[in-house]
Every structure is written in C-alpha cells, then in structure tokens.
Design a binder for this molecule. Structure first.
Ligand code: C2E
Ligand code: CA
Ligand code: CA
Length: 280
C-alpha cells in the first residue's frame, strides 16, 4: 500500500511539474506574442445606476494564442507579474486602451472614460508618471478620460514613491480607483494618503444581494455595502459595484445609493464597438 501511495505521489508530482513548466513556457512567450499582435482588449461598461448612462469602460486583456485559443487574463497575468513581464504587457494595455478610447469621443458630448488595471509592479516602477504622461500625449486622450485601477495590496507597502506618482497623475486629472475594494487588508490609511476618486466594490458582496424578504442572510451583505457607500460618499468618492448579474441586484444597489454598476447584467466584456453602437 505504501509503495502504491508513493507511486501516486510521484505521478501527482510529475503532473504538477508539467503544469508549472507549461505556465512558465506561456509566460516566456509573452514578448513574442506582443510582437505578433496576439493580445487584444475587451471592454466592459461601468453603468450609472441613476440614469443608465455608460460612464466608463474597463479594459480587460485577452490573448489570442495560436494553439490554445483565446486565453483569459487569469491564466497569464499572475505569472507575468511574477516574472516582471507584466511591465511590458501592462504598458501595451495602457497604450492600446488610451488609443482606442480617444476614438470614442466622435459623436459623443460626454464620452466614457477608459479604466485600466495596473499591476503592483507597474505602480511601484519609477517611470510610471512619465509612461502615463507619454501615452496621454501620444494618443491625445484627455487625462480625465483615463482611470487607473489599483488594488488595496498595491498600497500595502509603505513606499512613498507610488503615492507620490499617483498624486502627480491625479493632479493632472487622471482618475484613481481602488479595485476589488473590501477583499484586501483592512487598512484604510491609504484612503487618507492617496488621491482616490472611486471605490470598486468586489462582486462577492453583490452576489449575496436579494430582495429583503427572500433571504435574511443577504441583509449582512446589504449592510456592508451600505456602509461602504456611506464611507465612500463621506470621502467624496464614487462607488461602483462589480459583478452585478441580475436586475434585482441592480435595484438593491440603486436603493443603497451606489453610483454605478458593472457586470453581466449591464454587459459582458466585448469589443468596444458593441457598446459604442448602443449609444449611437
Ligand atoms: P477584475 O479587474 O476584477 O475584472 C473583472 C473580472 O470579472 C473580469 O474577468 C470580468 O469578465 C469578470 N466579470 C464581469 N462581470 C461579471 C459578472 O457579472 N459576474 C462574474 N462572475 N464575473 C464578471 P476577466 O476579464 O477574466 O479578468 C480577470 C482579472 O484579470 C481582472 O479582474 C483583473 O484583475 C485581471 N486583468 C484583466 N486585464 C488586466 C490588465 O490589463 N492588467 C492587469 N494587471 N490585470 C488585468
Ligand atoms: Ca479591475
Ligand atoms: Ca475588480
């Protein structure tokens, strides 16, 4: 029995090694894939809960891999962060998102902003301010039509450089959103130090929202959400709820005072034209 167990373990180990190798091979292929134009962006609308207007669109990166098909970011972003390749990939995402967003203004008085995810490494890199400024200059996108999404863990370190950089960008009108708010470490000091303009509340709080009578347990999620909305509004921040999948959730969020929603209920990630056509 012991020997069999050992064999099973060896098998499992070989399997895990193979998966690790595959992961690294995938990551190592990122620079070539960038050169070959295999990455593209889908967008997902951030929709006003007051009037249904599309306020902004989040850029979500996809990889059209020649052998593996279209890959979702979860299968390559983590590794790109570990290896540092995220700096190049993220740079491409930023430039491409701003380039596309500049084109959204045609025929719109109040075109949506574009919201770009920044990895920890990108924010902690010395050249961030120059990079963002350079992209805005080259694409001609006004600074207030760019939102940068950073996670709470980005602000975990006590480094002053990222705070300084984000403040310089915010002073020029760039929007700063805290992504997945409520799931990180509960240290809110960064809200005092950072020029944040928006909180994006993680979908897990939204998932529990139901009509009050239907599920008493959902009251806890609703109370947490209501508290986050009060906190945000007291600090003059807007709140976007993520992962809104049903009309009922959107109704509850509106009742709580949440400003905007993002999720399948408002639109699944798709090429920007899909949403631009809706407004025309
Ligand atoms: P995120 O920033 O929290 O992005 C939202 C994710 O939730 C997206 O997954 C989106 O497709 C998914 N989603 C949207 N609406 C719903 C809904 O109603 N229900 C559910 N269950 N899910 C919904 P996606 O596109 O696979 O992206 C996953 C993560 O990858 C993102 O999470 C973000 O952290 C990361 N990511 C995506 N693009 C980039 C990028 O360009 N740079 C960096 N650093 N990270 C990125
Ligand atoms: Ca995000
Ligand atoms: Ca998020």
């Amino acid at each position: 029995a012991k020997a069999a167990g050992g064999a099973r373990w060896a098998l499992f180990d070989a399997d895990r090694n193979r998966r690790e190798l595959a992961r690294y091979a995938l990551s190592a292929a990122i620079p070539t894939a960038l050169d070959r134009g295999e990455f593209y962006l889908d967008y997902q609308p951030l929709t006003s809960l007051r009037d249904g207007r599309v306020l902004g669109m989040e850029a979500l990166v996809r990889w059209r891999h020649p052998e593996l098909g279209v890959l979702r970011p979860d299968s390559f972003i983590g590794l790109a962060e570990e290896t540092g390749l995220i700096v190049r990939l993220g740079g491409w995402v930023l430039a491409e998102a701003c380039r596309e967003a500049e084109g959204w203004s045609a025929g719109h008085d109040d075109p949506p902003f574009v919201s770009v995810n920044l990895a920890v490494r990108q924010v902690h890199r010395p050249g961030l301010v120059q990079e963002v400024r350079g992209v805005l200059r080259q694409t001609g996108l006004p600074p207030d039509r760019l939102q940068l999404e950073i996670t709470e863990s980005t602000m975990m370190s006590t480094a002053e450089e990222p705070v300084r950089a984000l403040r310089v960008l915010a002073d020029q009108g760039v929007r700063i959103a805290i992504d997945d708010f409520g799931t990180g470490y509960c240290n809110l000091a960064y809200l005092r130090d950072l020029p944040v303009t928006e909180l994006k509340v993680a979908g897990e709080f939204v998932a529990g929202l139901r009509a009050p009578a239907a599920d008493p347990g959902s009251r806890t999620d609703e109370r947490i959400l209501a508290s986050l909305v009060s906190l945000a509004h007291a600090l003059d921040l807007t709140v976007t709820a993520e992962g809104v999948e049903t009309a009922e959730q959107a109704d509850r969020l509106r009742a709580i005072g949440c400003d905007a929603g993002q999720g399948w209920h408002f639109g699944r990630p798709a090429p920007a034209d899909r949403f631009l056509a809706q407004w025309a």
